[in-house]
Every structure is written in structure tokens, then in C-alpha cells.
Design a protein around this ligand. Structure first.
Ligand code: NAD
Length: 481
């Protein structure tokens, strides 16, 4: 199957005529081809986006809101088809795509359909001088949105929904590793009545089409989610040409477990926070620190439960963990386990191996892996692995737990398990992270600010923060008599 770019409201061929293979990770085989788009395609998409901007930015909020709601309705109506496409493209269990990825893509549009009708700006009266200032929040123009492969439609729509709600037009690029659902979204946009040119979707490699979006002198803002190294490269490219940037980058998140926690709830959620989506969520807690009195008990129970979860074909209903996204990613994740065994002498408590799934022998499957470490400065605790690998380490005091948690270059999220509200508050304040979950994980209210500190990114998405990012504030100062 060959997919196409979606430009000016229609599917069309790309300029180069080069194609890239698209893999089904569950069977380790090519199942389609995607356009290897380039700068020419970006130029074309930009021209249509620019042409659409005047009209779209003057569309009433009510009209924009209706179109966004219609897109949300159509995503819901296509739940099964989109979930199957997502699962096949990414390797995630079908039930997960059905329960989380696709409903959330719909919720993103529905949320910003409402949020834009509630968005307002400030006024400042300069008392005693007969002067009134008010802030106009105007759409930026044509913006670029670039997203990763781990939550393909979920994260793609998390960017494009607020951008168009705020009145911008977009040149967007989903990950070349998982382009399928963004491709299918094109049909939905047309059916929902989104005017041609408002959202253009280009497929291809980061270094070519992604780079061309970032370098384009008239694409005024870039919302990027992906790896920290790519984010740094984008910042280097975009900063000298003064683009507005939102960078949502990698994580190496701590899961702090205190002995006074609700043990049952903690155990259940820690399985999810460790291995959901095969550990390929930027928010997964890959470093688990456990207070010493419950360390041995946790270790035993955690290994016991994890070992019972089935790694299998994503389409099987009883599959808990599906395939990793690509062969190169699987090899990278396995190399960390190898390193832990060979170079650090660490004990792999469970897993660590590739899994052969009957009927899908070439798929990219891996056991969920638990490794006991003793030194926080080790590679496993410092680098983002982004796969089904977690480390366990005991701690003795709250201060030590905080010091271990903060001792990384990343700062995306943290999970804390305790029933002591005073400790929860103390720890939340001191954790270096953009998001702290206390006694829960991946619990998202779309109104809240989302993003990281340190090497996990710059800026916030979510709620009104996203609408602020996708608008330019202009102060208007009026002197009256
Ligand atoms: P990646 O950085 O390799 O790619 C992300 C996107 O950037 C892709 O669409 C890619 O084609 C594009 N890209 C690559 N080079 C580019 C360039 N020079 N110019 C413009 N675009 C370019 O990341 P990935 O492997 O797709 O995703 C995994 C990473 O994403 C992990 O580090 C993970 O933590 C991170 N992530 C972060 C969040 C968050 O919200 N903070 C969410 C999900 C994933």
C-alpha cells in the first residue's frame, strides 16, 4: 500500500518520486510505502497554507469549534479502523490503541474545540493617565508541527488541534516510522469540512522534510515532540531565524516508592508506569526507587506479576505487551541489557531477551525487563532507553530518594507513592520535573500544563498554554481624553 501527502485538502503525489518502506513491527515485514518528501513539497504545502490563512484566521470561533468537533466525531466513528492502523503501524496492542490512542486523538480536537471559545486575553488600565492597554492574541500564521512514533495520532493531534483552533495554518509531519493514522486523518479533515490548505500533512524523513519545515523562513513557529538530540538540533536551526519553539523531549523518569504507600495500588500502577506501550512512553517511570523496608517484598512481587504478562501479537486480545516499533529500536534496547550484564555486572531479575512469537517469528518482540542496579550514575539510570526496561534501587531516606531522582539530565515527569500528604507536598516541590503524579500515573486533565524541564524540553503544551503558544500577543495602548 502506498500512502500520499495531504496538501490543500487532497491527497497528492510528492515531487521526488522516492518512496520509503513502512514496516509492520508485529511481523517484521514491509507492508507499505510512504513518500520520501522533500523541500519542494514543503514549499508547495507552505504556499497553500499561506493562501488559506487570511480566511481561516477570520473564521468565527463558533465555526472553527464546529469543525473541530466534527473531526472529533469522525475520529470516534472510525475508531476500529484507526486503532487497527495504529496497532499495525506501531506494534502496540490493539486494545490499547482502541482504549487510549484513538479516543485521546478525538478528545484533543474536542477539548480545543471548546477551549478556543473560552480563551481570552488581558487588559491593563494605567490608572490616573487615561490609558488603557489590551492584549490582542492573534494567530501566528503558518506553523510547523513535528511528532514522534510512540503515540502517533495522539501526539500529532495534540499539536495540530490547538494550532488550527487558534486560527493558524499548518505544515505538519508525523513520524516516518508510523505515518498511517496521520495519513488517514486527511480523509476525516476533508469530510469534516476543514478548508483546504489549513492543515497539510507531509510524510518523509526528519533530515529532509522535517529539516525543510524547521528551516523555512516563513514558517514562524515549530511545535516539536521527539528526542532530546533532535530537539537540540532543531533549536540550533530555528533560534538564529527567531522562530517560536515548543520542544517536548525525552525523559528518564523516577518512580519513588515509600514504605507508607498503598502497596496494592502502587504495585498495579507500577507495572503500567514501567511497561505500558512496551515502555515507549516518554512519561514511563524507568527508574524505580524503593524505600528499603519494602524493597525485597516489592522486588519479589513485581517480578512475579510482570512474568505473568503475555508478550504477543498486538491483535490478540490477551496480549499485554506488543512489539517494539522497529528492528533498530529493538536492537538499541537490547544493547542496554547487554551492557548492564557485560560491563556493569548487574543482575537481570527478569527478561532481557528477544521473544519469538508463534506465527509472527520475525516480529520485534522483547520481554519486559527488570534490572537491579547499585550505582545511579550507570548508563541504565542516566540514558533514555525508551523500551521495556526498568531498574530497581533501594533508598533509606526522603533526602536520598530526592537526590537519586533529580540526579539526571532529564526532567519530564515523576511518580511518587506515599500516603503521607506532608511528604507528598515536600517531595513534589523538590522534584525537578514538569509533571509529578502522586499515587497515580498518566492521569491527564487536558487543561493542565504539559512539558519538561532540563533536557526534557522548553515550553508547555496543554490547555490554554497551547493556545498561548500558537498565538502572538500584541499590546494595544489607547490614550483617551
Ligand atoms: P525523533 O527525535 O527521532 O523524531 C521525532 C520527529 O522528528 C520525527 O517526525 C522525525 O522524523 C523528526 N525529525 C528528525 N530529525 C529532524 C530534523 N532534523 N528536523 C526536523 N524534524 C526531524 O524521536 P522519535 O524516535 O520519533 O521519538 C522518541 C523520542 O520522543 C523519545 O526521546 C521520547 O522521549 C520523545 N517523546 C517525548 C514526548 C514528550 O511529550 N516530551 C512525547 C513522546 C515522545
Amino acid at each position: 500500500m502506498k500512502i500520499q501527502n495531504y496538501i490543500n485538502g487532497a491527497y497528492q503525489n510528492h515531487h521526488s518520486g522516492d518512496w520509503m518502506d513502512n514496516y509492520d513491527p508485529s511481523i517484521g515485514a514491509i507492508y507499505g510505502q510512504i513518500p520520501n518528501s522533500n523541500k519542494e513539497d514543503v514549499e508547495e504545502a507552505y504556499a497553500f497554507a499561506k493562501a488559506a490563512f487570511t480566511s481561516w484566521s477570520n473564521t468565527t470561533l463558533d465555526q472553527r469549534s464546529r469543525i473541530l468537533n466534527k473531526i472529533a466525531d469522525l475520529i470516534e466513528a472510525n475508531l476500529d479502523r484507526l486503532a487497527e492502523a495504529e496497532s499495525r503501524d506501531n506494534g502496540k496492542p490493539l486494545w490499547l490503541a482502541k482504549a487510549v490512542d484513538i479516543p485521546r486523538a478525538s478528545a484533543n480536537f474536542r477539548f480545543f474545540a471548546q477551549a478556543i471559545t473560552q480563551f481570552s486575553s488581558e487588559a491593563h488600565e494605567t490608572v490616573g493617565t487615561n490609558t488603557m492597554n489590551f492584549t490582542l492574541r492573534q494567530p501566528i500564521g503558518v506553523v510547523g508541527c513535528i511528532s514522534p512514533w510512540n503515540l502517533p495520532l495522539y501526539l500529532f493531534t495534540w499539536k495540530v488541534a490547538p494550532a488550527i483552533a487558534a486560527g493558524n495554518c499548518i505544515v505538519a509531519k508525523p513520524s516516518e516510522v508510523t505515518p498511517m493514522t496521520a495519513y488517514l486523518l486527511g480523509e476525516i479533515l476533508t469530510e469534516a469540512g476543514l478548508p483546504p490548505g489549513v492543515l497539510n500533512i507531509l510524510h518523509g524523513q526528519g533530515q529532509s522534510v522535517g529539516q525543510a519545515i524547521v528551516e523555512h523562513p516563513d514558517i514562524k513557529a515549530i511545535s516539536f515532540t521527539g528526542g532530546t538530540t533532535t530537539g537540540a538540533h532543531i533549536a540550533r536551526t530555528a533560534a538564529p531565524i527567531f522562530k517560536k519553539l515548543s520542544l517536548e523531549l525525552g525523559g528518564k523518569n523516577p518512580n519513588l516508592i515509600f514504605a507508607d504507600c498503598d502497596y496494592g495500588a502502587m504495585l498495579k500502577e507500577s507495572i503500567r508506569s514501567s511497561f505500558a506501550n512496551q515502555g515507549q512512553i516518554c512519561l514511563c517511570g524507568s527508574r524505580i526507587y524503593i524505600e528499603r523496608p519494602i524493597y525485597e517484598q516489592f522486588k519479589e512481587h513485581f517480578v512475579q506479576i510482570v512474568s505473568k504478562n503475555k508478550v504477543g501479537n498486538p491483535m490478540d486480545a490477551d496480549t499485554k505487551f506488543g512489539a517494539l516499533v522497529s528492528e533498530s529500536h529493538l536492537k538499541k534496547v537490547l544493547s542496554y541489557v547487554q551492557h548492564a550484564r557485560d560491563n556493569e555486572g548487574y543482575t537481570v531479575l527478569y527478561g532481557g531477551n528477544r521473544v519469538t512469537v508463534a506465527g509472527s517469528e520475525n516480529g520485534y518482540y522483547m520481554e519486559p525487563t527488570i534490572i537491579e542496579v547499585t550505582d545511579n550514575s550507570c548508563k541504565l539510570n542516566q540514558e533514555e532507553i525508551f523500551g521495556p526496561v526498568v531498574t530497581l534501587m533501594p533508598f533509606d531516606t526522603e533526602e536520598e530518594a530526592l537526590s537519586l531522582a533529580n540526579d539526571v539530565k532529564y526532567g519530564l515527569s515523576a511518580t511518587v507513592w506515599t500516603t503521607d500528604i506532608n511528604r507528598a507536598m515536600r517531595v513534589s516541590k523538590q522534584l525537578e520535573a514538569g509533571i509529578v503524579w502522586i499515587n497515580t500515573f498518566l492521569n491527564r486533565d487536558l487543561r493542565t500544563p504539559f512539558g519538561g524541564v532540563k533536557n526534557s524540553g522548553v515550553g508547555r503544551e496543554g490547555g490554554l498554554e497551547a493556545l498561548r503558544f500558537f498565538t502572538e500577543p500584541k499590546n494595544v495602548c489607547i490614550k483617551y481624553n
